[in-house]
Design a protein around this ligand. Structure first.
Ligand SMILES: [Zn+2]
Length: 153
């Protein structure tokens, strides 16, 4: 799913779990639970793309997505519940870490990240229910709305 959905889930976890370490672990686990839900991200990656094309597409999507997430973070910190700063940061790190590692893998094809990348993509494809972009956006918007509302109220 998009970084915005993962990051917003981190906000929900941070407000629910005061311990930074537990929040990190739950946020990390939440990443894979959310990625298991069919969400139509498959169009970002095509087998025939070169490494450079893949890296540029991922960077382009992640840049816009990251800016939107920053907006959600700002609004959460402005109007949301009071959360422990350390818990908030560690929850965000846990929720976003898998996609950061994926980005590093796409940019560098570092061998030690290959098993993790296979695991990450395996979870993405585990449901074997590919969606088109419109269906995927609908799913992600619905999940984002639900998580956002639980995060701030
Ligand atoms: Zn992911």
């Amino acid at each position: 799913m998009y970084l915005t959905v993962h990051g917003t889930t981190a906000m929900l976890i941070a407000r629910s779990v005061p311990n930074p370490f537990v929040a990190f672990l739950l946020a990390l686990a939440s990443h894979f639970v959310l990625d298991f839900i069919p969400h139509g991200d498959e169009h970002l990656l095509k087998a025939h793309f070169t490494r450079g094309q893949t890296a540029r597409r991922m960077f382009g999507a992640a840049s816009l997505d990251g800016l939107i997430l920053l907006g959600f973070v700002a609004i959460f910190l402005w109007v949301g519940p009071t959360v422990n700063t350390s818990t908030f940061i560690w929850s965000l790190i846990g929720a976003l870490l898998p996609d950061v590692l994926q980005g590093i893998y796409f940019a560098t094809e570092t061998k030690w990240l290959k098993p993790f990348q296979n695991f990450h993509l395996g979870i993405h494809n585990a449901s074997n229910h590919p969606l088109n972009w419109h269906q995927g956006m609908l799913v992600q918007c619905l999940v984002l709305t639900a998580v956002w509302l639980f995060s701030i109220f």
